[in-house]
Design a protein around this ligand. Sequence first.
Ligand code: SF4
Length: 92
Amino acid sequence: MSAMNIVEIDAELCNRCQYCVEVFGCPAIQRGPLELGKPGVPWIHPDLCNGNGSCIQVCPTKAIKRPNPGSFGKRPSGGSLGGDAEKEEGAV
Ligand code: SF4
């Protein structure tokens, strides 16, 4: 599958339960930095996310979502870990 519509985690909605990291176990969902010694908001590795969106269903607070639901098949801008090569790709 080569879907490019990665998901994102809304830090305001995330309660840091770590269900998506520890139970769901998708390799694209990475542990976030510690916050006051406790697990913080996870993050989505854009190169590992295949965009199938199954993680959206498991989050109890609906913090995992598609940044632009109407753009399935298009990768959102800033969807890489850096580098200048993909900067022009985000113009929609
Ligand atoms: S399952 Fe949802 S609320 Fe829990 S850590 Fe993951 S994104 Fe946050």
